[in-house]
Design a protein around this ligand. Structure first.
Ligand code: 4AD
Ligand code: MG
Length: 465
């Protein structure tokens, strides 16, 4: 019977059982003794299985000895304890069927040797056949499952928020337009504006930058909710930390303040890290060995560390007194740069840090204005080794204050009427946060570039595949 390679290697199938495995050849080695060892992977686990192909196979000379990296095969034989190191079982093949040849083995991009990450980005459709991207793919899956499990166990409902929207959830003007109009050839008014009433949705529409506003509406009926889906930002930042299309997890809790929000973020991250260590030991061992030697240790230490809370104003003092120079100046009122965030979490406390109560003018319009009138109930969770990983806040639940904030940020209240309704009909204190899914994958796997944390990265000038 056909089995996944992870099951064949698990030790749960009795030695001597006849099984069929199907997958893609990683390597082939021919021994002088007249047999070949073919390593086959099917993605189900980190390790390939070693298929031992004896010269007696009917197609041994005609086919088996011509197998190259990337060929697809079906192999049937008996599982036997392996003599080799590092693997408990191998398959003694009685038959190997070649399902698909590699047309031109010389030019097949995924040779059994180390490749640079830059090169692999150019073959995004094939890079998943490498150890690294197979492992990233399994870890992404594991994290996503853990996210749903965490929330479900705590009584949260998953809400699907729209991808096409007319409101700018962050008010930051970084949205991609969705239009069916021939924008280049449309008449414009004296200010150069286009009349979008003729467009598909009857008004200007965009890809969402965040599901938060929509999920807030559901929170104010369902109490505990989260959204988890793709989000889009047209920020022209060609960095190792930004994608134009990324996934975001956004929980929202009612009858809750910033403190509850920070507690939720802490429990959430620890749950995810524990799930990855428990379930993906094989892949994490690979990352620790080949990509980032602290990969496992730092997750263990993160799980064991209580988060430190630092008020933004205190953080600015700490940075001003830091015994080292920063590239960006530190002053009350300026946003913290990555170098500042990393100093706080890595050097100052050596644990994850939650920075709270930022100046109101550097944060979003929906964040709750504090009593001091100068700060908002915002938080950023900073992790050693990466900096900001989560951003969140208590929301402004008072209509008059919200209106004043929207005005201050130059937002057109008529685009947010439904959002204002939430403050008019049974408003309550509520809070939430957003976690960049790929930032988390980068951190867990120890990757150097966020473009390697998503199967098909979208960034300025790059949307191939
Ligand atoms: O801090 P941000 O902009 O917050 C929000 O969007 C809120 N609506 C969240 C909420 O309170 N519900 O983004 C949240 C997180 C960041 O901390 C970061 O991890 C990630 O999203 N992020 C990005 N990840 C990849 N590429 C980008 N361009 C990102 N921009 C933000
Ligand atoms: Mg942020």
């Amino acid at each position: 019977s056909q089995v996944a390679i992870k099951d064949a290697l698990s030790g749960r199938i009795e030695a001597g059982t006849t099984v069929t495995i199907k997958g893609w050849v990683r390597t082939r080695r021919d021994s002088k003794a007249g047999l070949s060892f073919v390593n086959v992977s099917d993605g189900s686990c980190f390790d390939p299985i070693q298929v031992v192909a004896p010269a007696e196979l009917a197609n041994y000379d005609s086919e088996v000895r011509h197998l190259t990296s990337g060929c697809s095969v079906s192999a049937t034989g008996t599982l036997v304890p392996s003599q080799g190191k590092g693997q408990a079982f191998e398959l003694q093949a009685a038959a190997i069927e070649v399902l698909g040849w590699v047309d031109d083995p010389e030019t097949y991009p995924i040779q059994p040797k180390p490749h640079s990450m830059e090169f692999l980005r150019e073959v995004a459709h094939l890079r998943v056949r490498t150890n690294t991207f197979g492992a990233v793919t399994r870890i992404r899956h594991c994290i996503a499952q853990a996210i749903h499990r965490f929330f479900s166990e705590r009584g949260f409902y998953w809400v699907n928020t729209p991808i096409i929207t007319t409101s700018d959830a962050e008010g930051a003007g970084q949205m991609f337009r969705v239009s069916t109009l021939d924008l280049a050839n449309l008449p414009r008014d004296e200010k150069g504006r286009i009349d979008f009433r003729e467009d598909f949705f009857g008004r200007e529409a965009f890809l969402t930058v965040s599901g938060q506003l929509n999920v807030e509406a559901y929170c104010l009926a369902m109490s505990k909710v989260y959204t988890f889906g793709p989000t889009f930002r047209a920020e022209n930042s060609n960095t190792t930390r930004h994608l134009a299309e990324f996934w975001m997890v956004e929980p929202e809790i009612a009858f809750a303040d910033l403190d509850d929000d920070a507690n939720l973020a802490e429990a959430f991250l620890k749950y995810i890290f524990k799930a990855v260590l428990d379930e993906r030991g094989d892949d994490m061992a690979f990352f620790a060995d080949k990509i980032e030697k602290t990969a496992i240790r730092r997750l263990e230490s993160f799980i064991a560390s209580p988060f430190e809370r630092i008020d933004y104003t205190d953080a600015v003092d700490i940075l001003a007194k830091a015994p080292r120079k920063f590239d960006f100046p530190v002053a009350w009122g300026a946003d913290l740069q990555t170098e500042h965030e990393r100093y706080l979490t890595e050097e100052h406390v050596g644990r994850p840090v939650v920075v709270t109560n930022y100046p109101e003018h550097i944060k979003s319009f929906y964040m709750r204005l504090n009593e001091d009138g100068r700060t908002v109930a915002a938080m950023d969770v900073l992790a050693p080794g990466i900096g900001e990983i989560i951003g969140g806040s208590q929301r402004e639940e008072r209509l008059d204050v919200l209106d004043a904030r929207m005005k201050q940020f130059g937002l057109d209240a008529s685009h947010y009427e439904w959002y204002r309704d939430l403050r008019r009909y049974g408003t309550v204190p509520h809070a939430g946060f957003g976690l960049g899914f790929e930032r988390l994958v980068v951190y867990i796997c120890g990757l150097g570039n966020i473009r390697d944390a998503i199967p098909y990265p979208r960034a300025p000038g790059s949307a191939e595949f």
